[in-house]
Design a binder for this molecule. Structure first.
Ligand code: PEP
Length: 252
């Protein structure tokens, strides 16, 4: 049985006190959603320790949105995987399209970040996805295949067991445009096939999340698809009520 996961990517939103309130709201409502769903919240680095405190005893996991490619040392402004792990993070989002696009993250950097994540006991949520031009040119399968082959194929079988993939079509992120449930299923099944070519049956255990304008009104239809194991949620993760309602998408 694959895990069902709803992860919130808060991006560069909320001031520290607002983040704590949001986390408390999610924790308070968590009991109203099936225990079969694993919730993860990924606040900005600055709120990790206070949000960790607010989540204590809730069963909701903490994640970071990024980590450094290097272990430690003279890397001004960077935050290491060991630092976020020490604050209670269990997950780290890596390869988000905004980081690939605005901060020049390449497969080379991501291989190093993945290594740091595993060395510190973190589970990466590795993001893949095509942009609009690539989708319109019918290249989306090739794009995600390359993003997986260049990074995920370098993992050991043991590391692969602790990996979450998020498929996020860039044209659907923050745009209000959602991939149809059929489009999501088609590419999720393809991603699983690419994973199984390297990792065999273990690919059946890997959670593959959908991300891109997922909200309470469309989550149930998308999550009903066989190869969609949950969502990576941006905008709708900023309201506890909406975030929790997305988790209820598994109950319909
Ligand atoms: C994201 O950036 O991870 C995301 C899915 O954003 P949104 O839900 O706002 O489209």
């Amino acid at each position: 049985m694959r895990k069902k996961i709803v992860a919130g990517n808060w991006k560069m939103n909320t001031l520290p006190a607002e983040g704590v309130e949001l986390a408390k709201g999610v924790a308070a409502g968590r009991g109203g959603v099936c225990e079969c769903v694993d919730f993860i919240v990924c606040p900005p680095f600055t709120h990790l320790s206070t949000v960790a405190e607010a989540l204590k005893g809730s069963g909701i996991a903490l994640g970071a949105q990024n980590c450094a490619a290097e272990e430690k040392g003279a890397y001004t402004g960077e935050v290491s995987a060991a630092m976020i792990a020490a604050l209670g993070c269990k997950y780290v989002i890596l390869g988000h399209s905004e980081r690939r696009q605005y901060y020049g993250e390449t497969s080379e950097t991501l291989n190093k970040k993945m290594a740091q994540a595993y060395a510190n006991g973190l589970t990466p949520i590795y993001c893949v996805g095509e942009n609009l031009d690539e989708r319109e040119a019918g290249k989306h399968f090739d794009v995600v295949k390359a993003q997986i082959e260049e990074v995920v194929y370098n993992l050991t079988a043991e590391q692969f067991k602790n990996l979450v993939i998020a498929y996020e079509p860039v044209w659907a992120i923050g745009t209000g445009k959602t991939a149809t449930a059929e489009q999501a299923q088609e590419i999720h099944a393809y991603i699983r096939k690419v994973l199984s070519a390297k990792f065999g049956a273990a690919a059946d255990e890997c959670a593959i999340l959908y991300g891109g304008s997922c909200k309470p009104s469309n989550a149930a239809e998308i999550f009903a698809k066989a190869d969609v194991d949950g969502g990576l949620i941006g905008g709708a993760a900023l309201k506890a009520e909406d975030f929790l309602a997305i988790g209820k998408g598994f109950e319909k």
